[in-house]
Design a binder for this molecule. Structure first.
Ligand SMILES: *Cc1c(COP(=O)(O)O)cnc(C)c1O
Length: 281
């Protein structure tokens, strides 16, 4: 909802968003831009989910009554389907300059921004400056039961609160949830580095299995994606074999698996999970 509120705040019907092909906003939010805001998504392919200013060059539609109005650039950091990949700050600053020079708004889906901060040694302020709005999610690596937020300037957020109400998201009891988010901000950021180390255990096990291919080949943060070839059956069958050994992974395509390390799995458990993966070879 945080992302979809941003779309609604920045755009009006018949507008278009520029975003990466596998971005959460267009792939995993149930058609929200079209259904909730009358907005189309122009998807742009890229390596590892990360766009460059060069990818966006020439993508602003002409001012023409037959055309949608290009209005918003939306980036995702870390990029989920890209493999938990991190943008370089200077690449994002270049995209931001391009967007602003072209009169476009720019939004960050920062559901996993804290993983990116820990990985790249940058600050939250670094990532606020290039964007008009940033969505963050407390229920991913930060480990709260629920909670996302939209950050931005006061006037946009005031508008966003109305949209939230309209989308069914206004909740009087939110203080209990906010308390968990506050706790997570105080206690669960630095430890994300442990998740990144643990993900390497799983990744190196998957690399050792003939017929498993890491996509992308190197793991930057806490997400490990790999493809399984026919000798292993489907991704679902591989996930079932691992589940039988007490290891839960997500089949997210016919041949694609995602494993996620997070604060509920210890290093010892990740060592065991890696053994279970390796034993499939
Ligand atoms: C989970 C996720 C979201 C949305 O999080 P909610 O918990 O549904 O608010 C947005 N973007 C990405 C990349 C995510 O992984």
């Amino acid at each position: 909802m945080a992302n979809q509120i941003a779309v609604r705040v920045h755009c009006r019907p018949q507008d278009e968003i520029l975003l990466e092909t596998n971005s959460h906003i267009c792939l995993w939010e149930a058609g929200g831009p079209a259904a909730l805001s009358g907005v189309t998504c122009r998807t742009i392919d890229s390596a590892r989910g990360l766009l460059t200013a060069a990818d966006l060059e020439g993508k602003v539609r002409p001012d023409d009554m037959q055309s949608v109005r290009t209005r918003l650039v939306a980036l995702e950091n870390t990029h989920n389907r890209g493999g938990g990949t991190c943008y370089a700050l200077d690449a994002v600053q270049a995209i931001s300059r391009w967007a602003r020079a072209n009169g476009l708004a720019i939004h960050l889906d920062g559901a996993r921004i804290w993983n990116a901060l820990v990985k790249t040694g940058t600050t939250a302020a670094d990532w606020g400056a290039p964007f008009d709005t940033v969505a963050v999610c407390f229920s991913k690596g930060l480990g709260t039961p629920v909670g996302s937020m939209l950050l931005g300037p006061r006037d946009l957020i005031a508008h966003g609160r109305r949209v939230r109400k309209l989308f069914g998201g206004a909740m009087r009891q939110v203080g209990y949830l906010a308390a968990a988010c506050r706790y997570a901000l105080d206690h669960h950021i630095a430890r994300l580095a442990d998740d990144h180390v643990n993900a390497q255990l799983i990744a190196s096990a998957a690399r050792d299995v003939p017929g498993f291919t890491l996509t992308p080949p190197d793991v930057e943060t806490n997400l490990v994606w790999w493809e399984v070839d026919a000798r292993h059956g489907t991704a679902k069958q591989v996930a079932e074999r691992l589940k039988a050994k007490g290891v839960l992974v997500a089949p997210l395509g016919a041949r694609v698996i995602r494993a996620v390390t997070h604060l509920d799995v210890s290093r010892e458990q990740c060592v065991k999970a890696a053994e279970a993966v390796r034993a499939l070879g």
